[in-house]
Design a binder for this molecule. Sequence first.
Ligand SMILES: *Cc1c(COP(=O)(O)O)cnc(C)c1O
Length: 412
Amino acid sequence: MPADFPALAINGGPAAVPADDPAPEWPTYDDAEEKGLLDVLTSRNWGSTHGDVVATFEREFADYQQAAHGTCLTNGTLAISAALRAAGVGVGDEVIVPPYTFIATASAALFMGAVPVFADVDPLTHLLDPDATEAAVTERTKAVVPVHLAGRPAAMDAFVALGARHGLTIVEDAAQAIGAAYQGRPVGAIGDLGTFSFQTSKNMTAGEGGVVLTDDETLAAAVYSTVNVGRVRGGGWYQHDSVGLNLRLTEFQGAVLRAQLARFPALQEIRERNATLLTTLLGDVDGLLLAPEDPAVTAHGRHLFLMRIPALAAPGRRDAALRALAAEGLAEVSSGYVPLHRNGALIAESKDIAGRLSQPYPVADCPNADLVSQDTIWLNQRTLLGSEQRTRAVAAAIAKVVAAADDLVGDE
Ligand SMILES: *Cc1c(COP(=O)(O)O)cnc(C)c1O
């Protein structure tokens, strides 16, 4: 332990993060959500088939992300499924996804009978690598789902070009990237379709919810039909021109989301300021790696603050570091995703579909995902909403624990 750091709190030193300055509560709400919810309640139009609150939010959100069309639905998982279905992805088609992401990115393809195929991530950004993606394309590939992980946009110029070269649909998984922009363009409709989540942990929430954005009128109509039991926008109640599900959002959720969207830019400014401060304070810490700056990332969604600490890859050490951080007063730290190309359930179901069709299912080779899944820790957006003083204390706690990383021992 270097002399310029005080003793770790687990060893009896002073905690870096004061207990009387906790991370702000999440979600936030005020009179706007209360009034919106009461207005829906008393209107008796609780479903979006009879009210216009969800429809109004769809227009507002699509405008915010500069997309021509937005269709809300129950969650971000089925948003990916609906986007794939709208693109014509079906049984046995391959969908290339990154292995370092939330499981929904891959399982969404399986719900459509399609097979998720894993291509590796960039070890510095944790984002899907366009070259690895290109190498994974087969004659069965129909779509690619780059994930704007943590809120950082994936390399969309490369993915759009790759889609054009191979005739593939590009679906942006923007669940963590509300407000993010790539080369000045908000994410969501840079690819063919983009999907968002309004689940509780996300930067904007109605408890659950999601939306699919696109600039393409035909794809938008197909998403609408999938969400609305095969109905046609403007068509008859019992006119079902395709087979769809009922994935509609309620007007209550629409009301909450309208209020959340109005507040979003102000909260995003706080997250951005704190993330920039953390980047400055942690950028020079020995043994800690942050994603490099990229001029193409013109707005970061600031959902997660990812850090790689290679010394924590040793068995048991990362868990020990999380315990040390909790003792420092920083309990809200995650050890991140378990890589999906090693998830037994996903592999079994993928092999089952491929096997029924006598198609090969490749063993994924994703060494970078294996690497980053061992040494990554992250802070979430709630931590990024703290005061400047708390953010400085959070950085101090992390620097202190990283400096002692080699001495941390696991339970086993
Ligand atoms: C949250 C999330 C989803 C799924 O959204 P839900 O609304 O929870 O279904 C999909 N992809 C990513 C990257 C996510 O973070």
